[in-house]
Design a binder for this molecule. Sequence first.
Ligand code: GSH
Length: 228
Amino acid sequence: MSLVLYGAPLSPFVRKADAVLREKNVPFELESVNIMPMPDWFKEISPARRIPVLRDKSVGEEGTHGTIPDSSAICAYIERKYPEPALYPSDPYEYGRALWLEEYCDTELGALVGLGIFRPIQFARFQKQEPDIATAKKTYTEKLPRVLDYLEGELGGREFLVGDSLSIADISLACLLAQLALVAGPLDAGRWPGVASHSERMTKRPSFVPCLEICRKIVKQAPIDLSA
Ligand SMILES: N[C@@H](CCC(=O)N[C@@H](CS)C(=O)NCC(=O)O)C(=O)O
């Protein structure tokens, strides 16, 4: 196998690269990397000390040569190397919008879902501690709505965030909302109908199913209702 994706399925950013590879039917191997603590060999190829990192063995098999860190860089590399089906719009403006929405989901939504909700609940469970429901609820009820309102507006009742086909923006959004759903269940479809149905459709795609099945087995516990 020439492509190795280093990471763990429970990371939404690993999931993003995983989904892009699967959407394009590119064979790859997912090699598990524990980030608590991160092994020294991985630190060498991940200067930001984060997962995922991709290795393209056809470029280099050892050291940093042949590796690309960061999900956005990895996905753009995969797109260039395996152009079909295209996951980045060809129209320049739509391309710019797709990159913006990818970035917005990865950073703004990502910080709230990851640091504000997923970690306080799931990392506590991993350490056999009580989940910090108060922090998760505060993020869910006070900070998340503004971000979801924006994304609801961007979707505007359409199937995809940009243009009329699947793009990297949809994949980023779906990866973060799947992360949220693992610990907090589906979104309120009455309040965010577009985003909720986007998430439901996306997580049924064959490119998402294998990774999410593994994640549900890892998380095990039922989602917590954070809305009340
Ligand atoms: N911008 C990065 C973010 C990656 C990221 O934050 N990964 C997390 C896991 S979800 C990580 O590796 N964290 C390591 C740590 O917190 O020590 C990307 O898109 O790949």
